[in-house]
Design a protein around this ligand. Structure first.
Ligand SMILES: NC(=O)c1ccc[n+]([C@@H]2O[C@H](COP(=O)([O-])OP(=O)(O)OC[C@H]3O[C@@H](n4cnc5c(N)ncnc54)[C@H](O)[C@@H]3O)[C@@H](O)[C@H]2O)c1
Length: 391
């Protein structure tokens, strides 16, 4: 599996782009100017979606690697200016929106630079690497008065929204325990090189790359309760094994992140969160996502490529404690729309109409604090406290 998109690979992506091609109404007002920072795989998905919109134009793209921005512009038929860094792009353009599509380690730097220059930012997931970076990003958004959203496209899926409705409806009673996570059997993402596995570029592995999706799934449903303490564990035995990489045994030496993570998190409101995520493992899944409530339990089926989607119907269950009888009820599953289009369209609309973004930093900061807590706790070998300043 190439990465966290359900349909990785150029051909399939353009196939789905055509399939989901949406006709927008003609637009006669002033188009918003968009820049793209980082010209890797996900940047292509942003461009495909922006290009369907009549009210935006991509005016510039940037990448640190010589010639990459030019090649990218050509590939996507963009008649735009090209730059060698986020700074060059921001300093030389008058932009309304920038998509930060760089590897994790430069999300914070690029986002903060753009916000401070008065540009609205759609930053790819995970938000960043550390809690300090997340706090600085949220502060920059607040102080600049500009919009910042994190690229959690599963939030645009009606099944994801239905999950929140069910949990918030009170049907489960008081939720006291949540198990979440998932993973791939052999999905260490190296199809385009080592940017996801090297410490210098990724900073965090499976815990951030796909772990952020399962955390968002459950935290969003619970109303984003604050994390209080975290006990974490990280492993890298598949990542460090040269046999993992067909044709590229040298990647094992480059592997500087985690391929498996587990965490035990105390959330405010007396909720216990049990989390595990894997890029590689000797089993098909470490389990479905489960919500235990005092009245009912809820099962959210896991996917083989952990990308935050809900692949099958969710199921409510209840046990009569007198008779022992188990009753189950499936929740209607909706067809999934093109969440990548909706993610970008939603952000453009939020900027144009000054409305709320779909994944605001003040929520995702908790997601990042859990990831950071797992990393810190694993290093120290003990539980750590989560301390977050007021933004
Ligand atoms: N939402 C999704 O479904 C999804 C899917 C894939 C990747 N992602 C996320 O998107 C990010 C990028 O993933 P990718 O696969 O495109 O990575 P990639 O490594 O292929 O591309 C990132 C590019 O950013 C460039 N870059 C880094 N810092 C820069 C800077 N300061 N200025 C200009 N360019 C810079 C790099 O040179 C590189 O070409 C990752 O954080 C990943 O987690 C999200």
């Amino acid at each position: 599996m190439a990465n966290d998109l359900a349909v990785p690979g150029g051909d399939k992506q353009s196939f789905f782009a055509k399939l989901f091609k949406k006709k927008e109404k003609p637009f006669t007002g002033e188009k918003m100017k968009v820049g793209i920072i980082g010209c890797g795989w996900i940047a292509g998905s942003h461009v495909v979606e922006y290009k369907k919109m009549n009210d935006v134009e991509i005016v510039a793209v940037a990448d640190l690697v010589e010639g990459k921005a030019e090649k990218f512009a050509k590939k996507y038929g963009l008649k735009c200016r090209t730059y060698r860094s986020h700074k060059e792009l921001i300093d030389n353009e008058k932009l309304d929106i920038v998509s930060v599509c760089t590897y994790n380690k430069t999300h914070a730097e690029c986002t903060i630079y753009a916000l401070n220059a008065g540009v609205n930012v759609m930053c790819e997931k995970p938000m960043c690497v550390t809690t300090e970076e997340a706090v600085a990003m949220a502060k920059a958004a607040k102080e600049s008065g500009k919009k910042l959203s994190i690229g959690f496209q599963p939030r645009m899926d009606p099944n994801f929204q239905e999950l929140k409705k069910v949990v918030q409806s009170g049907e489960l009673g008081k939720v006291y325990y949540v198990q979440t996570g998932g993973g791939r059997t052999n999905g260490i993402p190296t199809p385009f090189g080592t940017s996801f596995i090297s410490e210098e570029t990724a900073g965090i592995g499976a815990v951030g790359d796909i772990g952020c999706y399962s955390l968002d799934l459950v935290l969003n449903a619970l109303g984003y309760p604050k994390p209080l303490t975290v006990s974490g564990y990280l492993n890298d035995s598949f990542g460090k094994d040269p046999k993992t990489y067909i044709g590229h045994p040298e990647y094992a030496d480059k592997f500087g992140v985690d391929d498996f993570a587990a965490g035990f998190v105390r959330l405010e409101g007396g909720i216990c969160l049990d989390f595990r995520i894997a890029w590689a493992m000797n089993i098909n899944t470490p389990g479905d996502t489960l919500f235990f409530g005092t009245k009912k339990a809820l099962r959210v089926p896991s996917t083989p490529c952990w990308n935050g989607s809900i692949p099958k119907a969710m199921e409510l269950s209840h046990v009569n404690q007198v008779t022992g009888l188990l009753t189950k009820k499936k929740i209607k599953r909706y067809a999934s729309p093109n969440v990548f289009y909706l993610k970008i369209r939603g952000f453009v609309d939020a900027v144009r109409n000054n409305t709320d973004v779909s994944a605001p930093p003040e929520q995702i900061i908790y997601n990042q604090a859990i990831i950071d807590g797992i990393v810190r706790s694993a290093r120290l070998g003990k539980e750590v406290e989560v301390i977050l300043p007021e933004i």
